[in-house]
Design a protein around this ligand. Structure first.
Ligand code: HEC
Ligand code: HEC
Ligand code: HEC
Length: 425
């Protein structure tokens, strides 16, 4: 390799890393399309019935793959694009994927569509990997065709695309090709072991459709998914996507039935879905069938799931804990309960909460500083807003509080420092 080529390679790799970071911050809440699927009840001829089946499957797959998360804005038409995806190097926008002939994908063939999902290449050129074709590459052609067929029945929206706003050299679209050559793999590695039908179905739901790795797998130096640590925890956004390997999940007390409840409802004994996990449940996993959620949970934990770990008891300095306890009673207990037991329809328990049980206090501190917006959960469940305490509590108080929560209800050392809090403000 000549030095010049090496330099070019470095620029390409570093810029590509930045592009991937786009999955990190989503600024718009999104809504799902509610277009009804063609009905198969009137005993149509075989061809019609097959077409109706394909449409119903396409609609389901588009939900399972959470296309709306990046292609539908809160107040825009379904799939008309415009969702803003921020990265440290610029901003990407989900594009218009309605059948509009000028602004959407109305002139595309099913083959063009598959190529976009599989290779990140469109009739106009190269896509940035902010569109997660790294994961969608594993989709079957039949499933891609079903999604295409269903999207083509949606209402065309004449909404123009927003070009990404990237600075040089990240705006060199052609450069993504080099990144693809180096890092685009046909399969993603597994974090768990299994061979049952459920495990295999779960693998497809998690890896290909749910593109869980895009957030939950750490990224290497060049923004590529770290193949050595599948689902080992990723830090793209303000809230870290935790380790969801079998070992990581079991260490925080997760079981397959609890995971299923979490994906179906957003709330489990281990806590609620918030930050970037909330849209995953809200737009996607809540619509999956019971069988598919069981398969996903089986895949995550493996055919032989590790036993969920009980809370460790932790010894800690009594005076420090007492200080943390006082803050807890003053500002948190009203919602989360005096003994961290939570209150139904008000707030989740802190006792055994998976955010409190994480080794790294990052998410715990961020939740306290920023708070969590009011969220609607499937069914009639709704959680009020959790206020942020950045203005009300000092670094030292938040550190004491985090240490108290970790040692009392998280089985983690009471070692959070004021500096760690300060760094996250
Ligand atoms: C994590 C966010 C994200 C998700 C999820 C996502 N996309 Fe995208 N998609 C994007 C972004 C960003 C672009 C534009 C990329 C660019 O500018 O190169 C894009 C571009 C596209 C394009 C190219 C459109 C054009 O006019 O060139 C198609 C087609 C597409 N997405 C389809 C889908 C489908 C179908 C799904 C679900 C299976 C999906 N996307 C899920 C972010 C996403
Ligand atoms: C006004 C009620 C309220 C107060 C006060 C409050 N919280 Fe919360 N908290 C909530 C709600 C509601 C959620 C769940 C939000 C959701 O997911 O929609 C939550 C979630 C959390 C989470 C994320 C865990 C999870 O599973 O969702 C943590 C950590 C947390 N609270 C800690 C605290 C701490 C520490 C305090 C005191 C500094 C506090 N909360 C004060 C209502 C409150
Ligand atoms: C857009 C980024 C993103 C995607 C995509 C995503 N997650 Fe998450 N996930 C997060 C974040 C951030 C959290 C931490 C907040 C929380 O606990 O709700 C999280 C939390 C979780 C948790 C709770 C872990 C714990 O111990 O609290 C599970 C389980 C989970 N995700 C599974 C999945 C699965 C399975 C998929 C794919 C279907 C997925 N996630 C897709 C970002 C994402």
């Amino acid at each position: 390799m000549t030095p010049r080529f090496q330099t070019l390679r470095r620029i390409v790799l570093v810029s590509s890393a930045a592009l991937l970071a786009a999955c990190g911050d989503r600024h718009d809440n999104t809504t799902t399309a509610t277009t009804p699927v063609a009905s198969v009840s009137s005993a149509p001829a075989d061809g019609q019935s097959a077409a109706a089946d394909q449409l119903a499957r396409g609609r389901y797959l588009v939900k399972a793959a959470d296309c709306a998360a990046c292609h539908t804005t809160a107040d825009g038409a379904p799939f008309a694009g415009g969702v803003k995806l921020a990265s440290p190097f610029g901003t990407f926008y989900g594009t218009n994927i309605t059948p509009d002939k000028d602004h959407g994908i109305g002139k595309w063939s099913a083959g063009d569509f598959y190529k976009a999902l599989h290779d990140g290449v469109t009739p106009d050129g190269q896509l940035y990997p902010a569109m997660p074709y790294t994961s969608y590459r594993q989709l079957s052609r039949a499933d891609s065709d079903a999604m295409y067929a269903w999207l083509m029945t949606q209402k065309p929206a004449a909404v123009a695309n927003h070009a990404p706003e990237l600075s040089f050299p990240f705006n060199l679209r052609f450069a993504v090709r080099f990144w693809d050559m180096l890092f685009l793999e046909d399969t993603l590695p597994d974090a768990s072991k299994g061979r049952t039908a459920d495990w295999n179905r779960g693998r497809y739901l998690t890896g290909a459709l749910g593109h869980c790795a895009e957030c939950h797998t750490p990224r290497g130096k060049f923004g590529q998914l770290d193949q050595a640590l599948p689902l080992g925890g990723g830090a793209l956004g303000r809230v870290v996507a935790p380790d969801i390997t079998p070992h990581g999940l079991a260490a925080r007390g997760w079981t397959a039935p609890d995971l299923q409840t979490f994906f179906a409802t957003g709330i489990a004994p281990q806590g609620s879905a918030f930050s970037e996990m909330y849209p995953v449940v809200h737009l996607s996993s809540q619509y999956l069938t019971h069988d598919d959620l069981r398969a996903m949970s089986t895949y995550l934990l493996g055919d032989q799931p590790p036993a969920p770990q009980p809370l460790q008891s932790v010894s800690a300095d009594a005076a420090q804990l007492a200080a943390g306890r006082n803050v807890y009673l003053a500002v948190c207990a009203g919602c989360h309960g005096r003994d961290g037991e939570g209150k139904p329809h008000v707030a989740v328990p802190m006792h055994g909460n998976s955010t409190v049980r994480q080794n790294d206090p990052h998410n715990l501190i961020v939740a306290m500083l920023d708070g969590i917006d009011a969220q609607d959960f499937p069914g009639l469940e709704r959680m009020q807003e959790m206020p942020g305490f950045a203005g009300q509590l000092s670094d030292a108080e938040i550190a004491q509080l985090a240490s108290y929560l970790r040692a009392t209800w998280g089985g983690q050392p009471a070692n959070v420092t004021a500096d760690a809090v300060k760094a996250l403000r």
